[in-house]
Design a protein around this ligand. Structure first.
Ligand code: ZN
Length: 311
């Protein structure tokens, strides 16, 4: 029996979502930015929900979560893919909530908050992936579905025969997906490895709000509840909102992580991290932490630090 291995390519938050999370606590997002951030967050949660279902499948497959690929100079993104013996199943996961009426271009609500019909996007991804598989010499048939993962989603007047899996059909769909031939060989593994190697880790930062260092709120935030209300006691950072305690070293490294994610081009120095963390941690402690966990570059007052490659 297939013993449920972890996904061949695991999912992690996109860079965009990670940056938005940091910005959301350090600056005031506009209403549009806030909505965009919430959508990203919700989309990610939906994908994680679907991962739980794909990982339960007993039929052998390579699970590739979140691939950003290019074919014919067009980029496309696959939320979730399963490589089976004869088929490549790709899934676009939507975490829509509420009642909608189907429309060719938009799903409409009474409140007027419409969503674009994901069908065109799905067709595009399917076509681009088929072309890519062909150039890679794979003969797998591509099947593509939109998964509506949220049980609170209803879509009225959905035409039949669309590759849409509504919440009420999800259970039986997953059962059906679990049937069928399941012998994998080297060619499947080669294909999975090739797609992972083609995955573009840095998508364009096109939708990010603009931000400047000076406008962002400085300080260490609690790892658990994100509060700025923390203080340093000995070797620990204590949160006054939820009581969570974290070692100073770990909190400092977490803050350096946020800093370098927001400002990939800026040099990491003791002074800047001291200012970024703000609470009572001495420059000595910060420089010792940076020196221990990052690579030291430059000398004396020109010292700065870089993440080791296996960050
Ligand atoms: Zn807290």
């Amino acid at each position: 029996m297939w013993d449920m291995p972890p996904p061949y390519k695991a999912r992690s938050e996109s860079l965009i979502l990670m940056v938005l999370r940091i910005l959301n606590k350090r600056m005031k997002l506009t209403e549009d930015e806030q909505r965009y951030y919430q959508n990203q967050e919700k989309g990610f949660q939906g994908e994680v929900q679907f991962d739980i279902l794909t990982e339960k499948l007993k039929r052998s497959s390579y699970i590739l979560n979140d691939l950003q690929l290019e074919s014919n100079k067009s980029s496309f993104q696959l939320d979730s893919s399963l490589i089976f013996q004869d088929t490549y199943s790709l899934f676009d996961v939507k975490n829509f909530e509420g009642e909608y009426v189907y429309g060719d271009e938009y799903f409409k609500t009474i409140s007027g908050r419409d969503f674009q019909n994901p069908l065109d996007q799905l067709k595009r991804s399917k076509l681009l992936l088929s072309q890519l598989l062909q150039t890679l010499g794979s003969k797998l048939t591509v099947e593509a579905y939109v998964i509506f993962i949220n049980p609170q989603f209803t879509l009225y007047q959905t035409p039949p025969d669309l590759p849409f899996i509504l919440p009420t059909k999800l259970d039986s769909f997953m059962k059906k997906l679990d049937q069928g031939p399941s012998r994998l060989n080297d060619s499947h593994k080669t294909l999975a490895d090739k797609l992972i190697s083609l995955h573009q880790t840095v998508p364009p930062y096109t939708h990010l709000p603009s931000y400047e260092y000076d406008q962002l709120r400085k300080g260490i935030t609690c790892k658990k509840c994100l509060s700025f209300s923390v203080s340093v006691q000995g070797k620990r950072v204590i949160c006054h909102s939820c009581g969570f305690e974290e070692m100073v070293t770990s909190a400092v490294l977490r803050m350096v992580g946020e800093f370098s994610l927001l400002f990939p081009d800026r040099k990491i120095t003791t002074n800047i991290i001291h200012e970024w963390c703000r609470v009572g941690i001495s420059k000595k402690t910060i420089s010792r932490t940076l020196g221990k966990y990052l690579m030291v570059k430059g000398v004396h007052q020109w010292t700065y630090y870089e993440w080791k490659v296996d960050k």
